[in-house]
Design a protein around this ligand. Structure first.
Ligand SMILES: Nc1nc2c(ncn2[C@@H]2O[C@H](COP(=O)(O)OP(=O)(O)OP(=O)(O)O)[C@@H](O)[C@H]2O)c(=O)[nH]1
Ligand SMILES: [Mg+2]
Length: 343
């Protein structure tokens, strides 16, 4: 059906694990397609994942995410680390939607064998964007890339979810996008581990940094580590934006991505968060549970599609349509009909 005999899938997996770029590109396509071949490949690669540190980069359109990711990738290369980039964004320079200057910058990255760039379509991903992006990240991880960036526009639920697949979430703001800091609107304040105000060469950058800082302080309430007359002191157990309750206080940093300014500080912050999160109990379990939940969703949907009686399904649609049943009751009834012994 898929046209890929098992032998060729395991050969493909071996080549990915050896770090062969062409095999990796092909493997990612298989994973994006889903289906039997994709699942088989995933099963072979999964045991070899879990080594990379993944970094979600999200924020409003045009804030400079791709430029910043490129600059960060170059910084990591200088530090001797290999870098994977997954751009989940149709307008990203990684997918060719940008100005010439961006493409030129991107090109010196793509000539580097220590960098692998992949862009993904935002819409129409089988089984959901988060699942597909997660699989692509796994392939890069298994292939041995040490730091993996996932760029998304923080516009929709899907994109936010993709960003949160990452170990470290970097939220990118830019000055002059209006009075409001965009992260609040997008509900991103809670998801960020590191906040970056890019385009610091523009007017209003300092105000944006201050506004973000104030929001984070507010979100943390009376908790967290504060600067009191220049002395950092702890005043509670849940710092601002600290979802996991693990004591991480999100820094707010300024960058000029086009000039590479402030980028080293962002990398330092990412590495600090990596060290911090690695020691935080429960993180890996949280990731495992999230992955399992997504896989369960998909398996259940498949199970439903296989076993659901089309007449019963149609009956349920009609019941909801005519309001003789609400959707939850109708769905529960359909699921009940699948239980062993009730058919
Ligand atoms: N002045 C200034 N311009 C910047 C800076 N960083 C990026 N830009 C410019 O801002 C524009 C958008 O940059 P991108 O990196 O494509 O932004 P993005 O957030 O990835 O955009 P989307 O993926 O379309 O949401 C480009 O013209 C960049 O050259 C900066 O620090 N200062
Ligand atoms: Mg972009």
């Amino acid at each position: 059906m898929t046209g890929f005999p098992s032998g060729s899938i395991s050969a493909l997996a071996e080549r990915v694990l050896r770090g062969e770029r062409r095999a990796l590109a092909r493997a990612i396509s298989r994973l994006e397609e889903g289906g039997e071949a994709g699942r088989e490949l995933l099963a072979l690669l999964y045991a070899h994942g879990g080594r990379a540190h993944t970094i979600g980069v999200t924020g409003a359109p045009g804030t400079g995410k791709s430029t910043l990711v490129s600059a960060m990738a170059r910084g990591y290369r200088r530090r001797g680390l290999t870098v994977g980039i997954v751009a989940v964004d149709p307008s990203s320079p990684f997918t060719g939607g940008a100005l010439l200057g961006d493409r030129v910058r991107m090109r010196d990255l793509s000539g580097d064998p220590g960098v692998f760039i992949r862009s993904m379509a935002t819409r129409g991903a089988l089984g959901g964007l988060a699942r597909t992006a997660g699989d692509v990240v796994l392939a890069l991880d298994a292939a041995g890339y040490e730091r993996i960036f996932i760029e998304t526009v923080g516009a929709g639920q899907d994109e936010v979810e993709v960003a949160t697949l990452a170990h470290t979430v970097v939220i990118v703001e830019a000055p002059g996008l209006g009075d409001e800091v965009q992260v609040l609107k997008a509900g991103l304040l809670e998801t960020g581990h590191i906040f970056v105000v890019n385009k610091a060469d523009r007017d209003g950058a300092e105000q944006t940094v201050a506004a973000l800082q104030a929001m984070l302080d507010l979100a943390g309430g009376a908790h967290g580590v504060v600067d009191h007359h220049g002395v950092r002191m702890s005043v509670g157990e849940a710092p601002a934006g600290d979802r996991a309750g693990d004591g991480w206080r999100p820094p707010v940093l300024a960058t000029i991505a086009t000039e590479g300014r402030g980028v080293e500080e962002v990398l330092d912050a990412i590495e600090a968060h990596r060290a911090h999160a690695a020691s935080a109990a429960g993180r890996d379990r949280h990731f495992a549970e999230a992955q399992l939940a997504r896989a369960l969703d998909e398996a259940l949907r498949r199970l439903l599609a296989e076993h659901l009686d089309s007449a019963a399904y149609e009956e349920a649609v009609q019941a909801v349509l005519s309001r003789s049943a609400d959707p939850y009751t109708a769905a529960a009834k359909l699921v009940d009909s699948l239980r062993p012994g009730t058919a």
